[in-house]
Design a protein around this ligand. Structure first.
Ligand code: PBG
Length: 328
């Protein structure tokens, strides 16, 4: 049956007032849909601003509890933790130590904020002196030897209280290796959020400043996905679900909304999107210059990400958005 057309049909009738628009909105966004990433630094002062990510600091463990508490007050229910270790080496030895920065943070956060969902990034790039996401064999990241290290890191996070571990390394088979090791350690309740579709991206630039994880040589194109590929993204997600992923993620978010929609439609899994550091920095920089309204632009971007199929959104703007959402 064809829709009535103008002048019978006037879509503007339902756009006339805020209350009408609210009534017919198709997408809802709440602070509890957002995941707030935090950088916890074992070396630095309590708080150290990250120049390319205005409003985001590297935090000490104590400052992280304070920051997570403030975010919780504003309605945010989940954090994603990245660790900057006291020192780095070729194998990323500090990634799986029980007294590592993330493991200590997990115990402290669990004690201080029992209802906060604790998610940890599982990857070696913050812990290796070469900055690559795994163990090197010459100048190549060796897939299979890396799996063991990632599984050990995930188990140590689970043992320290992580609700969800989130592997971001893009090694083949890591979800299965992590699931098997968690189960063997009787951590069967720890969930896996797989960075299933992670493109090699220029938009990670500010993150690498923040996490001090830029590769010392080469780039990550040998393991992260090529932005020209879409069918491959579907295969990546299928493999990760088969290996035991509980949630799947697409990243970066805004340049890949088509992929997000395909992943949601194809698998109907809990689906996350990561609005990455460069996406955040663009909006913040333009906002600081008075070139756009950063509150409005963040809200629009994150709503579009939600509309494209994300159930949850990882964003550095989580606190900004929580405040904006509660003023509306
Ligand atoms: C670690 C990791 C990265 C990001 C999340 N986990 C960086 C990378 O792959 O280089 C990027 C997040 C962001 O840019 O906000 N592998």
């Amino acid at each position: 049956m064809p829709d009535a057309s103008f002048p019978t049909s006037r879509p503007r009738r339902l756009r006339r007032t805020a209350a009408l628009r609210e009534l017919v909105r198709e997408t809802r966004l709440e602070a509890s849909d957002l995941v707030y990433p935090m950088f916890i630094d074992d070396r630095g002062p309590r708080r150290q601003p990250i120049p390319s990510m205005p409003g985001i600091d590297r935090l000490s463990v104590e400052a992280a509890i304070e920051e997570a508490g403030a975010a919780f007050e504003e309605g945010i229910r989940a954090v994603l933790l990245f660790g900057l270790p006291a020192s780095k080496d070729a194998r990323g030895s500090r990634a799986d130590r029980p007294d590592g920065v993330i493991q200590r943070s997990l115990r402290a956060l669990r004690g201080a904020l029992p209802d906060l969902v604790l998610i940890t990034d599982v990857c070696l790039c913050e812990y290796t002196d070469h900055g690559h996401c795994g163990i090197l064999d010459g100048d190549r990241v060796a897939n299979d030897p890396t799996l063991e290290r990632l599984a050990a890191q995930a188990v140590s996070h689970g043992a320290a209280g992580a609700d969800i571990v989130a592997p971001s390394d893009m090694m083949d088979g890591r979800v299965g290796a992590i699931r098997a090791s968690l189960d063997e350690a009787h951590l069967e309740d720890v969930a896996i959020l797989s960075y299933a579709v992670k493109y090699a991206s220029a938009f990670y630039g500010p993150f690498r400043d923040a996490a001090d994880s830029a590769p010392a040589f080469g780039d990550r194109r040998g393991y992260q996905m090529d932005v020209r590929n879409a069918d491959e993204a579907i295969r990546e997600v299928r493999f990760d679900i088969a290996e035991g992923a509980d949630l799947v993620m697409v990243k970066p978010a805004l340049p890949n909304l088509d992929i997000l929609r395909r992943v949601k439609d194809e698998f109907r899994m809990p689906t996350a999107a990561y609005q990455v550091s460069g996406e955040y920095a663009m909006i913040e920089a333009a906002g600081a210059n008075g070139w756009l309204d950063a509150d409005a632009a963040s809200l629009e971007a994150v709503r579009a990400i939600r509309r494209a199929g994300a159930d949850l959104i990882v964003t550095y703007a989580a606190r900004r958005l929580a405040r904006v959402l509660c003023l509306r």
